[in-house]
Design a protein around this ligand. Structure first.
Ligand code: GLN
Length: 423
């Protein structure tokens, strides 16, 4: 059977191929883009990528580079350090606005140009050369994409020749000591970063890497930490679509970033990374058809961040007293993802177990994933059962409970195979 996802994406493109909006012209080289190009790609957790339309066409990444360069600066200097220099508040202004906070002089966020230019300056240590800094940016974005990205030199030159406003922004932010480097070097590096060539597949994979806690689902590389992804996705959700951020959040509900060459990247954590491309832009500088494609995908596939369905499966597959080896055991088989909501169900179910010396087997071989809260809850279950007198046997063939904190007093037994005959 052929998967219907690719056919579905073709249908989405057909339905979204209107011809409103204008190709960006303030960067002369971008004005030459074919306005009718249209492409979309979706990457899912296992690293599968589906694409449709002009998916082979490469375009300059432009402002979609901003969240990734922010991620690299966070990796190099930490969240607190970066927040002292660049805020995380939506500006409600266009992308090239002078948007500094009065008192601190901080750019309001790293998604508008003035914040993104300052962010570029904070990739790597201050004493590296501009060339080394750009190479760090290029290599970092390549790790997100899972492929070596290269600069479109024509776009870079064209933008740099006309970068008067960005130079003014860089000087302004430099005057507040938000960074100490030469503003010309920083704008040159920032402009190069915006000129890196990508296609919609690259965007989908980059998005899914952010949406997979920093783990590139295609190459397997851990590019940045989960904490950095949370910070970057939060800023994308509130500031990624500039002054259209509120409309975007209500209508599409996926943390996203757009660029003036017509790209849009959307990252729905744990579910999908989306890349869309079409050069005609609306008055906010967002791709008209790209926005429509994302609205449609979100609506059809139920991707709105704030309209997620309840957990698919109960965390407890079976639980109860069984006969074993001439005596009685309490046996619980856990499954699926263990996080706050499913963990709470597990706690409620295991509250059935009366204090006493009946052995308890907890089978975690079907637990697919566990976050920190799920892990703490499971550790607490084991600790309490043992404190109440039970012998606890964890059936854990994959070692998912290896660093479970069960308190100081006792360690549960861990076995690879269930002791029960019917398992
Ligand atoms: N390189 C572009 C600029 O600085 C990026 C803007 C954008 O994509 N919105 O003007």
């Amino acid at each position: 059977m052929e998967t219907p996802v690719a056919d579905y994406l073709e249908q989405v493109l057909d339905a979204c191929a209107t011809d409103d909006g204008e190709v960006a012209s303030y960067i002369p080289e971008l004005a030459a883009a074919d306005p009718n190009r249209l492409a979309v790609a979706v990457c899912v957790g296992g690293g599968r990528v589906y694409a449709a339309g002009d998916a082979g066409v490469r375009f300059s990444i432009q402002s979609i580079s901003k969240p990734f360069v922010y991620a690299l600066a966070l990796r190099d200097h930490g969240i607190a350090f970066m927040e002292e220099r660049i805020g995380v508040e939506p500006s409600g202004d266009p992308f090239n606005e002078i948007s500094l906070e009065e008192d601190s002089g901080r750019p309001r966020n790293p998604m508008i140009n003035i914040g993104a230019i300052a962010t570029h300056a904070w990739v790597g240590e201050e004493d590296i050369s501009a060339g080394e800094r750009f190479e760090r940016v290029r290599a970092g974005l390549s790790a997100f994409a899972g492929r070596e990205l290269v600069v479109d030199e024509a776009v870079h030159t064209s933008e740099l020749d006309t970068a008067h406003r960005n130079l003014a922004l860089a000087h302004l932010v430099r005057s507040r000591d938000i960074f100490t480097l030469d503003p010309h070097d920083v704008v040159d590096g920032y402009t190069r970063q915006c000129s890196l060539l990508v296609d919609v597949r690259d965007l989908a994979i980059m998005a899914m890497t952010l949406g997979s806690s920093g783990h590139n689902p295609v190459t397997g590389e851990q590019v940045v930490t989960e904490e950095i992804c949370r910070q970057v996705l939060s800023v994308m959700a509130t500031c990624g679509m500039y002054d259209a951020a509120g409309d975007w959040m209500t209508g599409v509900g996926i943390p996203a970033k757009s660029g003036v060459s017509g790209g849009i990247l959307g990252a729905l954590p744990g579910q999908a990374g989306i890349g869309a491309f079409s050069p005609r832009l609306d008055s906010f500088g967002n791709s008209t058809r790209g926005v429509r494609v994302c609205e449609r995908l979100s609506h059809d596939m139920g991707l709105h961040l704030l309209a997620q369905p309840p957990m698919a499966v109960d965390a407890v597959r079976t639980a109860g007293v069984i006969d074993h080896d001439g005596g009685e055991w309490y046996r619980a088989v856990l499954q699926g993802g263990l996080h706050f909501a499913s963990g709470e169900r597990m706690l409620a179910q295991l509250a059935d177990v009366e204090p006493g010396d009946m052995p308890v087997s907890l089978d975690v071989s079907r637990v697919a994933s566990m976050n920190d809260v799920g892990r703490r809850m499971l550790g607490e279950v084991v600790r309490r059962l043992m404190a109440e007198g039970h012998r606890v046997v964890l059936v854990d063939p994959r070692g998912v409970t290896a660093d479970l904190d069960t308190g100081d007093d006792a360690e549960p037994e861990v076995v690879e195979h269930s002791p029960h005959a019917d398992a």
